[in-house]
Design a protein around this ligand. Structure first.
Ligand code: ZN
Length: 339
């Protein structure tokens, strides 16, 4: 059966796609290529079909062109493209020395303006002295949601001083997509902030909170916060989880539980992180023929959609994000000329 949102042209949407800018050709973004990550970046570049890898002055254009190609050739109606604020100290000052990645809000807003299938996921550390102004500015410019990585960016969402910020976020109907669980690609400055329990205050202020990765671990020795996610999903009707990039061997036990009880789950890839198909065969969720069919899909955005379907998740995971987004964002997506 067609999910209700699809009737309004609101088909599958990916809530978790990263923009990447290497800082060599614009000031809008930057990343640190830690030596420990180099083999993984090379593998990711190969998997997403990024010729020339993550270096060079033409990287930004190559990365975006490749992503746009995949998006246009996929069955997605839209994807949320994510900004990435600096790691900041408790007074909101940027700590570039502790940061591995930065993508400005203006960079994702500009891409979303140019390419109608992208929605802007902005990132604002609430300790910033200009946090409220930046939030209003981004909301005015059509931001679809706010993205934070509490354990990486050093955001203790439960600090009382952020209450007004969360209340304003709720008034603006902007969901908070917050990283939970293990983190592999960038350094975490505060391991205590990996649990969905750290998202209590925004939830109590009425914000729609999407726990990215549902609190699962990234590596076998990471702390596992998945149980906390499940308990909190029972307690807070405004708590959702995203399925990005849950497909790897470390995710199987959690995925099994989510398949049994798939309520309030949203589709996401965490592009350029790639999905793994083989673990689903090990679990008996897909046949060998399905494994070959899925592995033959070269488009990483489409592959995750087809994998999630083959794993038995319901169609609503692909479209349930739409009613959670600000009305004006959805309206201007449906009628681009009105915006
Ligand atoms: Zn991510």
């Amino acid at each position: 059966m067609m999910p209700p949102n699809a009737a309004f042209g609101l088909g599958p949407i990916d809530v978790h796609v990263h923009l990447s800018l290497n800082g060599q050709s614009s000031a809008g973004g930057w990343f640190r290529r830690r030596w420990v990550m180099r083999p993984f970046l090379a593998a990711a570049a190969h998997e997403i079909g990024l010729r020339g890898g993550f270096g060079g002055p033409d990287f930004n254009r190559r990365y975006l062109d490749r992503l746009l190609g995949w998006l246009d050739e996929s069955s997605l109606s839209a994807a949320v493209l994510l900004a990435y604020d600096w790691v900041r100290d408790s007074s909101g000052c940027p700590r570039k020395d502790l940061s591995d990645l930065y993508v400005s809000n203006d960079a994702v807003i500009a891409v979303a303006r140019q390419h109608s299938k992208f929605l802007a996921g902005v990132s604002i550390h609430p300790a910033r002295p200009d946090a409220f102004e930046e939030l209003e500015r981004c909301a005015d410019q059509g931001a679809a949601l706010l993205k934070l990585l509490p354990c990486v960016q050093n955001v203790d969402c439960n600090e009382n001083r952020y209450k007004g910020f969360w209340e304003r976020l709720a008034e603006l109907h902007l969901p908070l997509l917050a990283h939970t669980g293990g983190e592999f690609c960038v350094r975490s400055v505060c391991n205590d902030l990996k649990s969905p329990d750290c998202l209590r205050l925004p939830l109590e202020c009425g914000v729609t909170v999407i726990a990215a990765h549902c609190g699962t671990r990234a590596l076998p020795w990471d702390g596992d916060h998945f149980r906390t996610f499940l308990e909190m999903r029972e307690r807070y009707p405004n708590l959702y989880g995203d399925l990005s990039p849950l497909s790897h061997i470390t995710h199987l036990a959690s995925l099994e539980r989510l398949r049994e009880d798939p309520k309030r789950l949203l589709h996401g890839t965490d592009y350029p992180v790639v999905s793994a198909v083989f673990p689903s065969l090990l679990k008996g969720w897909i046949s060998r023929a399905e494994l070959h069919r899925l592995n033959a899909i070269g488009n990483p955005l489409e592959k995750k959609i087809q994998l999630t379907r083959a794993q038995g998740f319901p169609e609503c995971v692909f479209t349930d994000l739409w009613p959670l987004l600000p009305d004006k964002v959805v309206r201007s997506f449906q009628h681009p000329q009105v915006s």
